[in-house]
Design a binder for this molecule. Structure first.
Ligand SMILES: Cc1cc2nc3c(=O)[nH]c(=O)nc-3n(C[C@H](O)[C@H](O)[C@H](O)COP(=O)(O)OP(=O)(O)OC[C@H]3O[C@@H](n4cnc5c(N)ncnc54)[C@H](O)[C@@H]3O)c2cc1C
Length: 433
């Protein structure tokens, strides 16, 4: 039981992947950590397709074996029907092998990029509950059904929070040396400090539901792939989950949706009927859920830290679902913020410097993804153009093939020198090296 006025080293707002990972890593070092989570877990969340950039943090938390035990779908890469009409792959026969992606598709394998051969497609309720349970196991105190209300300030320094528990009348306070905002798209500190900057060119809307009875690719290791298929005014995701359902969503600019004159559900059905690969895989399937929708998600906060506070994950920024980078940003952000916060707590004089360094690193990674997403949204390019752009982004000296660079960007491993270099060096490692 937390008593009003209790002291913590760190209070984390939000027990999603970003908050839970930050809390777990800090608690493991012996810091006193409190997580305030508005919902009762397990709770629904969108964002089911993980890329391998999320795995180093999950590995550090000791969660990869548990993810295997939970039986999440293994995702070895992505199949794309994207960009200027690609001629059928010359290495394939006219008719693709039974169960193989269609002749106009292309894609990437995670193994091209790094030591991680596969990632996972996850039901987020289960995945998020797993990470939050691990934070508890590592020593963080977690209060569910508990909502952060406001920071407590001493001058311009955050020194605590006020919060309330569901069904409780009493508003409580707790003190902390560092407040972490991991509240996702609620971005509570971004609103508090008025520093949310929206990306007008990415004002999109998504509508999705869950289907049963879909076909899956059976050739090679494509069964767990995310399929991303473009339409003239948007794109579809097809994410096969381990319980046999498939998450199928459509994303389009808000303006195009308004111009269509259709309801979102009508637009989804009518666009789906015009797809090639998605139609092939959903032929004969039926909807096993209602529709869900979300819009206007793309923003970056102009500051990720201040005296006594920092943001991580969607609370700091969210780009777009297109490259499935959200959970990876949250997990990589958590690893970076953990390092900075640990130093700030043990050497308080260095707080400003280490939080600034955290922000610079996180922003550089984010900006490179944002730049790539904007380029990728231009569907008039060919796959070679996307490969070239990836090479300019991560490998301007052209050390590796441009396909490997593309796989690196889509793995969310940009800027992770040790993983990138280890994979690049492997075939050329000197004897005994
Ligand atoms: C349409 C769409 C599709 C997506 N698809 C993908 C995908 O395929 N792959 C991917 O990696 N990402 C995807 N994402 C992004 C992904 O969902 C997020 O980036 C990810 O969940 C961020 O994690 P987080 O921990 O920062 O925030 P969240 O997971 O949102 O967690 C924030 C937590 O904070 C809690 N909270 C909020 N306010 C308060 C408060 N006041 N007090 C206490 N608790 C609070 C919430 O209840 C929540 O549990 C998608 C996003 C969208 C919009």
């Amino acid at each position: 039981m937390i008593k009003s006025g209790d002291d913590f080293d760190v209070i984390v707002i939000g027990g999603g992947p970003g908050g839970a990972a930050t809390a777990g890593l800090l608690a493991r070092e012996g810091h006193r950590v409190l997580v305030l989570e508005r919902e009762k877990f397990p709770r629904y969340h969108i964002g089911e397709s993980l890329i391998t950039g999320a795995l180093p943090t999950l590995e550090d938390l000791g969660l990869l074996d548990r993810m295997d035990q939970l039986g999440f779908t293994k995702k070895y890469g992505g199949t794309l029907l994207w960009g200027k009409n690609n001629p059928p792959n010359a290495q394939r026969s006219e008719e693709p092998a039974e169960g193989a992606p269609g002749p106009e598709t292309w894609g990437f394998r995670f193994a091209e990029a790094s030591k991680y051969e596969h990632s996972y497609q996850v039901r987020r309720a289960d995945f998020d509950a797993l990470v939050l349970a691990r934070a508890r196991e590592l020593g963080a105190q977690v209060l569910e059904e508990t909502t952060f209300h406001a920071p407590v300030l001493d001058g311009d320094r955050v020194v605590g929070v006020t919060y309330g528990q569901r069904n409780g009348q009493e508003r409580r306070t707790a003190k902390c040396r560092l407040l972490v905002d991991a509240s996702g798209q609620a971005h509570v500190l971004g609103r508090e400090f008025d520093c949310v900057q929206w990306h007008e060119d990415l004002r999109n809307i998504a509508v999705w539901s869950y289907l049963q009875g879909c076909k899956r690719y059976t050739a090679g290791n494509h069964a767990g792939d995310i399929l991303t298929e473009n339409r003239p005014d948007g794109w579809f995701w097809f994410i096969p989950l381990s319980d046999g359902t498939v998450s199928v969503g459509y994303v389009t600019p808000v303006e195009r949706y308004k111009q269509s004159g259709m309801s979102l559900e009508e637009l989804y059905e009518s666009e789906m009927a015009r797809t090639k690969e998605v139609s092939k895989l959903t032929d004969g399937a039926f909807r096993a859920s209602g529709f869900r929708t979300i819009r206007d998600w793309s923003y970056t906060c102009t500051r990720f830290h201040g005296p006594g506070w920092a943001m991580v994950g969607d609370a700091a920024a969210f780009i777009d679902p297109l490259l499935s980078t959200g959970v990876t940003l949250a997990m990589r952000g958590a690893a970076g913020l953990f390092e900075a916060a640990h130093t700030a707590l043990t050497e308080p004089d260095r707080e400003l410097a280490v939080l600034a360094r955290y922000e610079d690193d996180y922003r550089a990674f984010l900006d490179s993804l944002l730049d790539f997403v904007r380029f990728f949204y231009n569907k008039s390019f060919s796959k070679e153009d996307y490969w070239d752009k990836a090479q300019q982004t991560v490998d301007p000296e052209k050390v590796r093939s441009r396909q490997a660079d593309f796989a690196t960007v889509l793995s969310g491993l940009t800027g992770m020198r040790e993983i990138f270099e280890a994979a690049a060096d492997e075939p050329h490692a000197p004897a005994g090296g």
